[in-house]
Design a protein around this ligand. Structure first.
Ligand code: NCD
Length: 326
């Protein structure tokens, strides 16, 4: 690169080797490692806002995106993250419907591994899929969402968005609201936020709470206004109809009345409350457009921007680990 981009030295100083060969779960990291990743991601935020966004930290490396489930934000942000760091990026979206899931996954993993990728980003409808795949390949695996289990890079980008907007994470009161039962975003965020010292509350109808929620060490509220009272961050989740068998699915109008975030309910939160949503949003179901589009409270677009930076930090550190192993 002829003129070093501002922030490049910072990036190089902050890049370290990822502590594990794979990033499968928030529990792969400790508090200090998360803080270091967030600091590194900050320097990618600066880089991504420039005209020239390219670095060569992943030059010569191959990144494969293997998405068995649909994705807009996650897949494109991993693709951009890989390309901005100089990797060759291949996107694959196999259809998993006709073949038994376990077989598809393992066959595909072994086939792809033979092409010598360095990094494999995987999303799959089955909990544990990324971990299973990591045992069958020789490259680094990143979990981009496995069933309702975990979505660790989402938790990282959410932490980055929160830290930028609120100046800290420790001590924040965060309400995660809606369809907790089916949400990998909720599971990863609870683990991440508790590690970073936030107070997490879960808010939603009893039918959309996980059956063993009493073992999760979080306060559970079944009244939206009481649940978000005094909260610094209100994180809304999508009603994940594709994971419901129809029994739990309420009428969407009823759902909005009790659990949809609108101005009136939001007024119960802290005065400087920030609203988050991982997307895709069901407008008028779990969130009112009036709130989602108000940039003075909504971090939803910031979350998308931070997704690229956070994933660059993960890929750069995983690649640094691969470099050390050479
Ligand atoms: C989430 C996911 O796929 O788990 N979305 C995302 O990654 N941006 C949440 C969802 O699908 O509701």
């Amino acid at each position: 690169m002829s003129t070093p981009a501002p922030g490049l030295n910072e990036v190089l100083q902050r890049t370290f080797a990822f502590p594990k060969p794979h990033f499968l779960s928030v529990t792969d990291l400790n508090e200090v490692e998360v803080a270091n990743l967030l600091d590194l991601a900050e320097s990618f935020v600066a880089l991504n806002r420039q005209t020239s966004k390219k670095l060569d930290l992943l030059a010569g490396r191959t990144l494969m995106n293997l998405f068995f489930e649909n994705s807009t934000r996650t897949q494109s942000s991993f693709e951009l993250a890989g390309k901005r760091l100089g990797a060759d990026v291949v996107n694959m979206s196999p259809r998993s419907s006709s073949i038994a899931k376990g077989e598809t996954l393992i066959d595909t993993a072994v086939t792809l591994n033979a092409m010598q990728p360095d990094l494999l980003v995987v999303r799959h409808a089955s909990s544990g899929a990324a971990s299973l795949l990591s045992q069958k390949v020789t490259c680094s695996v990143v979990n981009a969402g496995d069933g309702q289990h975990e979505h660790p890079t989402q938790a990282l980008l959410d932490a980055l968005s929160m830290r930028r907007a609120c100046g800290r994470i420790a001590g924040l009161k965060v309400a995660i609201c809606g369809d907790i039962a089916h949400s990998r975003v909720a599971r990863s965020n609870i683990a991440m936020l508790q590690m970073l010292g936030a107070e997490v509350r879960l808010v939603g109808p009893p039918t959309l709470m996980p059956s063993q929620v009493d073992r999760w060490n979080v306060a559970v509220h079944h009244d939206m206004r009481k649940g978000i009272a005094g909260c610094d961050v209100v994180m809304m989740l999508r009603l994940q109809l594709e994971r419901m068998d129809g029994v739990m699915a309420p009428s969407q109008r009823e759902y909005f009345r009790f659990w949809g975030l609108d101005r009136e309910k939001l007024a119960h939160a802290a005065p400087n409350v920030k609203v988050m949503h991982p997307g895709p949003m069901n407008r008028g179901v779990e969130i009112d457009s009036d709130v989602a589009d108000d940039l003075t409270v909504s971090l939803i677009q910031d979350q998308v921007e931070m997704g690229v930076a956070a994933r660059m930090a993960v890929l750069a550190t995983l690649a640094a680990r691969l470099d050390n192993e050479r």
